[in-house]
Each structure stands twice: as structure tokens, then as C-alpha cells.
Design a binder for this molecule. Sequence first.
Ligand code: PMP
Length: 410
Amino acid sequence: ASSLDVARIREVFPILSELVSGKPLVYLDNAASTQKPVQVIDAIANHYRRSNANVHRGIHELSNRATDAYDGARDKVAAFFGVADSAELVWTRGTTEGLNLLAHAWGTTHLRAGDEILLSVLEHHSNLVPWQMVAQRTGAKLRFIDIDEQGRLDLSTLDDLLTERTKLVSITHVSNALGTVNPVALIAERARAVGAVMIVDGAQSAPHLPVDVPSLGADFYVFSGHKMCGPTGIGGLWGRREALESLAPFHGGGDMIEFVELESSTYAQLPHRLEAGTPNIAGAVGLAAATDYLTAVGREAILAHERSLLAYAIERMSEIPDMTILGPRDLSERSGVVSFTLADIHPHDLATILDSEGVAIRAGHHCTQPLMKRLGVGSTARASFYLYNTPGEVDALVDALQKARTLFGY
Ligand code: PMP
């Protein structure tokens, strides 16, 4: 049972009225990127119509408008995540840039040969590759938390994995491939006990869980705007003030400096010290409109709606013969993601057939190749839900999957 008025919600997402293959669009690829409400589309358009100029520079009306909107956006997005001091929120292009910033700005200055970085086998490539790069550069070693057969982190090995050599732990809050919700607050507490810095990849939790970020007990949290009804090209890095202060400047250039001499410079205060160059002003404005929108709809109600869609999807999909659903069986341990395989139909073939029915899902390795290998599957198909999805769309997914099964001669 959902308390959301989904019919009304759908009215503010113009793209949901598109036809695909002559059929109504059923958009179930929300873990990859979400659609945008008119509130976000209009905020961006109105910014360019009425307030566009560079920020923090001009002594003129438009620059003041742009600066007010940009600074106000930071305050709003910080508040959305429960962050009182908006100087602790650094704009990035998204989760990938946030993790690369941390790998380079923190990793290259704080890691030495023999130090250990603890990750898990279910990380997205963006929480693996930057650490591989920094490990190669510094001589630090990568270690991994394994998973059980349901795709849940195996925390029984944490005592062995977390030692005084562990300098950094970086774990995803929610798995994009399986939907597993990881106990990151518990892991952060254990990391702290050995003096390690803890990063939470919030790409899949920021949109779906009402996260009070500081209370997770981590040092850093990164997220992407486009997965939470905001525009592409904007996201954020939250850090505890002392943790942010421990980062070396990342990009050098305008806006991040205090004084510049030919041979050396001093740097600006946070957050500007980590934000060189003209920022994505319209992106920040659009993301703030997205957080306003999600708050107005109600994040607890969105979560309850997604949980009920997930339960219904798993119930209906389980009726399909030869269906294998991956991930935790206890639905309270997962978010609105269903990763599955159907008989031996290649997930790309499934996605293509579903597309011809108007149903958009993701198929492939989901940027988690090591996880796929660990699970012994080459790839999976994935349906992922958001506030605007309906039980009727789950029915459309199931009908299309049944059709694919028949087409393949099952
Ligand atoms: N981590 C996770 C868990 C993700 O789901 C994603 C996006 N699929 C990313 C990181 C990377 O996010 P982005 O591509 O927006 O930088």
C-alpha cells in the first residue's frame, strides 16, 4: 500500500508520456538515471532565462542573482542531507568525480606502501578503479569484503580485514547491481575503531533512503544529482570539516585561491578550495529544485512506495518459470532494484525485446564486473523503481518477460 498520489506525480514528469515502439513508456532504469519533474526543468530554464552570469565575481545584478541562487542551492542540498554547515558540501560532477577527488586528494597524500584500502566485491567500478590507480601509485594494498550467496556483505571477516594497516574503507551504501542495503554505519564505527577514514558511496542511497548523512558516522559521502531527479553533471561530496581540511587541493585554478604569486599560491576556504573554475551553476540550481521536490513529496513515503513496488515485482516475477532473482531474500535488506536472469536468454536480448514493448530496463554488468564474476553470471537484467512507477508498470514488465520467454521457445 502506497500513500503517494502517483497519478499526480506522473503529471509533472513530461517524459513519462512519451511513446516507445508505439507503446507507453515504462521506465524501469532508475538506478542508471532518473527522469526530471517540471520543477527541475523549469528551474534550469528560468536560471538561463533570467539569472545567468558567472558567480562570485561580477559586481552586477545578474552575477548577484546567479551567486544567490548558486549559494542558496548549496544550503538547500546540504539541508536535504542533514548537513548544518553547507561549507562541508563540495560540488562535483557526480559520484565518480567525488571518488576520484578523494582517491587523488586524500589517497596520494595520506597513503604509503604497505597501507591498506578496504573495499568490497560489490563496488561499482567508480569505487574500484580510482583506488587501483592510487594503490599503484603509492604501494598501498587493496583488500575486499566478500559477499554471501544472497549478495550481502560477509561481515564475519571484518576483524581480520580491519587492522592498524587499514587507512581507508570505501563501501557503497546500496548496491546498484543487486539493491543490497549495506550496514555502512556499523562499518564506519568499526573503521573508526582502527583509525581508518570511511567513505560511503551514496549514489544509490541519496535518491531512495532518507539519509541523515552525518549520522552515518563516516568521514565522506558522495552522490550524483541525476539519480535523484536532478540534472546530469552535478553531484556532491560531503565531508566532516576536519576530513575535508585533510584533503590536498585537487584542481588548481580560479575560485579556489586566496592569493596567487607567480611561484606559489595560498588557497581559499572550504568549500571553494576544492572547486576550481566556473562551476555548474545551473546544475546546482536544478539539483536544489530536485531536493525541494523530493522533500515536498516526502522521502519516507517515496521509500514506502518503492518497497511496495519491490514486493509486488518480486511476487509477480516469481510466477515466471525459469526466473532467477538475485540479491537478498529479506526485502528489508534491499532497495527498489530487481536484478534477474531468465532461463538462458541473454540479458541484452531480454532488454531488446522489452524495449520493443516500451519497457526500459538495464542489462549487462552494471559497472560491477568483479561482482558478476563473483556471482558466476556474465551479466544480469535489472529493473529499478522510483516514485513515479506503478504496479501496472510491474505488470507490463511481467507480460513482456512472458512474451520474451515464449519468443525464445520456452
Ligand atoms: N556508485 C554507484 C553505486 C552507482 O550506482 C553509480 C552510478 N551507476 C556510481 C557510483 C557512479 O555514478 P556517476 O556515474 O553518476 O558518477
